[in-house]
Design a protein around this ligand. Structure first.
Ligand code: URA
Length: 246
């Protein structure tokens, strides 16, 4: 692979910047300064350093982000609202990342971003049963009957049938809800069908990857190798499981 393409794919430097960095002697390959931006490198073996920092080749990228309220889970927004991509530095934005699934603008918490379309597609398939766990605050107390209805698979007012979901109240107004699918405004519509109303919603886990307590709202980080392995095992179907909702 060409050096300039490698650095661009890794989101580290555009073509023009690479040419400039080569002229300035800021790039080394296996310890020797790179003399051309189109230098052929072995992306899996060669040791490339840009301004003293090692650039390691990764075919796909997975990041997690703690979405604040008012930010849209899309790659662009026609009305000028901030998107999850706007929270990333420019070098991460260059990779063609997109959010793996959506959260409403007023929902906070865990959202994964990737350029791995194939795995994202598998993780979002309801058949894979990748659990999504949310913390909720409701306007009215949640009853045992509400939990039972959710566990059986609710039918919404427009006839939409939901897969079984687990509600675990912590106090009368707060708790956790686990979904294995992601229909439009699903939790809000489920609570609507229970004659209740969601006041706030925060996603704390997706497909076995948890939102770390020390990641501030608006903060992001790459997934660890273990977290990526968890996602991959879901993609292969190893973690597909029947939700124990009763
Ligand atoms: N359900 C909702 O209603 N909103 C979300 O953002 C996620 C699940």
């Amino acid at each position: 692979m060409r050096l300039d393409r490698f650095l661009s794919e890794m989101g580290r430097s555009g073509r023009k910047e690479t040419a400039l960095a080569v002229r300035r002697g800021e790039i080394t390959v296996n310890g020797a300064p790179a003399d051309r931006p189109d230098l052929r490198i072995d992306e899996n073996r060669d040791e490339v350093f840009l301004r003293g920092e090692r650039v390691v080749y990764r075919r796909t990228v997975w990041l997690m982000l703690n979405k604040p309220q008012g930010v849209i889970s899309a790659t662009e927004d026609g009305r000028g609202q901030r998107t999850v991509l706007d929270l990333l530095p420019p070098e991460e934005r260059r990779r063609g990342l997109f959010p793996c699934g959506r959260l409403d603008a007023d929902t906070t918490g865990l959202i994964l971003l990737t350029d791995d379309g194939a795995l994202a597609h598998l993780l979002l398939s309801p058949k894979r049963h990748a659990d999504k766990i949310y913390e909720y605050r409701a306007a009215r107390p949640v009853s045992e009957e509400d939990c039972r209805r959710a566990a059986e698979g609710m039918t919404l007012s427009d006839g939409t049938v939901c897969l079984p979901a687990r509600i675990e109240p912590l106090t009368p107004l707060t708790g956790r809800i686990t979904l294995r699918e992601g229909k439009y405004h699903q939790i809000k519509r489920m609570f609507g069908a229970m004659e209740n109303r969601i006041l706030s919603l925060r996603r704390v886990s997706f497909a076995g990857v948890a939102l770390p307590p020390d990641l501030p709202e608006g903060g992001w980080r790459p997934l660890t190798a273990e977290e990526e392995a968890t996602l991959l095992s879901f993609g292969k179907g190893q973690n597909a499981q029947k939700m124990n909702v009763k």
